[in-house]
Design a protein around this ligand. Structure first.
Ligand code: 6PG
Length: 272
């Protein structure tokens, strides 16, 4: 795995060379970690997650962990369940979701349902630590209820939750969580969670807002495959040209880490 971390306040960026990518995201520390294969990517992120949770455990603090949906996290969940079921103190981990489709948990579209199959049913996490978005309920009522559940179970600053770790995916249209190009209000709202509509399927979804995501201590984009290489390069290197929702994920005080495989990183550094 290659890794670079740039404190982006440190002077003008060096030219991109080889695998050392400096970034132009002012005011925050950003790390790009590039693993060879999708499995290596899942393995490398799982190891870093284990380290973060164990650090919380040694500080006798709960760990608030926001999961993403879609298909990319499945390999990560498998690695965590296969290799860390006994070595991570799951009893301190509180699971939340960054977004959910407005469907019942048994629906194949459910992010919770996928997580239950690939991870939650295979690790010893207490049921009270699993904070499911009730996709089967009225979306606007659930957005309010879930926002209250979050505030009851996380630290917050000025009533904005501070999650320990938020994992995000990215779509080829530059969406993240369920903040789609047409849902720009989710980039600036003071709500914790709100309704979103998938632009193609018109599926109703619930999504954390960007300000809540940005308030996290650690934000991770987990991205795999050549199909995402263009949007990854645009968000990381052409931020001023594109205004994808993912471009607005800029931690207010925490750390942003991109976990990529060689395919999703393949267009990085093209302007060097
Ligand atoms: C969802 C996700 C969404 C996802 C991206 C990438 O509910 O679908 O939260 O933001 O992370 O669309 O999805 P893939 O991992 O399936 O490419």
């Amino acid at each position: 795995m290659t890794e670079c971390t740039a404190n982006c306040n440190a002077g003008p960026p060096r030219q991109l060379r080889g695998t050392d990518h400096n970034l132009l995201n002012a005011g925050m520390e950003t790390t790009i970690k590039i693993s060879q294969s999708p499995f290596d990517l899942a393995r490398d992120l799982a190891a870093d997650i284990a380290e973060m949770i164990n650090r919380s455990a040694s500080g006798k603090r709960p760990f608030t962990f926001v999961l993403s949906g879609g298909s990319t996290p499945k390999m990560l969940f498998n690695v965590l369940a296969d290799n860390y079921s006994d070595s991570i103190p799951w009893s301190i981990v509180h699971f939340f979701w960054g977004d959910e489709r407005c469907v019942p948990p048994g629906d194949p579209e459910s992010n919770y349902g996928m997580t239950e199959r690939f991870l939650l049913s295979r690790i010893p996490v207490p049921g009270v630590n699993i904070h499911r978005i009730r996709g089967e309920d009225d979306p606007l009522n659930e957005a309010k209820r879930y926002s209250s559940e979050i505030l009851l179970n996380t630290l917050s600053i000025n009533n904005v939750p501070v999650f320990d770790l938020v994992i995000l995916g990215i779509g080829e249209d530059g969406h993240t969580a369920s903040i789609f190009p047409g849902n720009k209000e989710l980039l600036v709202t003071d709500k914790i969670m709100d309704l979103a509509i998938h632009p193609v399927t018109l599926q109703k979804r619930l999504s954390l807002s960007a300000p809540v995501i940005n308030n996290a201590s650690n934000i991770v984009f987990l991205v795999s495959g050549t199909g995402k290489a263009g949007v990854v390069a645009d968000v990381i290197e052409n931020k001023e040209i594109v205004d994808y929702p993912a471009s607005f994920i800029q931690p207010s005080h925490g750390h942003l880490r991109w976990y990529l495989d060689s395919d999703s990183a393949s267009l990085l550094g093209q302007w060097a």
